[in-house]
Structure formats: C-alpha cells, structure tokens
Design a protein around this ligand. Sequence first.
Ligand code: SF4
Length: 60
Amino acid sequence: MTDNSYANQSIACTVTNCKNHNSTKNFCSLESIKVGTHEANPTVCQCTDCQSFEAKSGCQ
Ligand code: SF4
C-alpha cells in the first residue's frame, strides 16, 4: 500500500486522482517526480505532464 502521508512542500499538486497525492495538504508525497511532455513542441503549460502520476484504483 502506498504511504502518502508525507507532503513534499517543494511539489504542490492538486491532482486528487493520483495515488501519490497527499489530499490533506495538497502536496505530492514523493521525494521527486518526473515532468515531461506529450507534445513535439510544447508552448503552454497544458502541454506538460507529471510522468510520476499513478491513477488511484477505480479512477482509471
Ligand atoms: S505524482 Fe505527480 S500527479 Fe501525482 S501527486 Fe505527485 S505531483 Fe501530483
């Protein structure tokens, strides 16, 4: 079972559907994350993705 009681205050996050989200504090519970893009030429923030996202069971 994932322990998401830790809140990494360097990684604010509001993605409540993610298994790694600390929902009481709205931070990520991981020590680090990887951010990437699904675009060939990203130009706006919507082009970027948290590639450490893991869907909570039942939220896929
Ligand atoms: S892994 Fe990414 S999407 Fe999931 S809680 Fe952390 S920062 Fe948010």
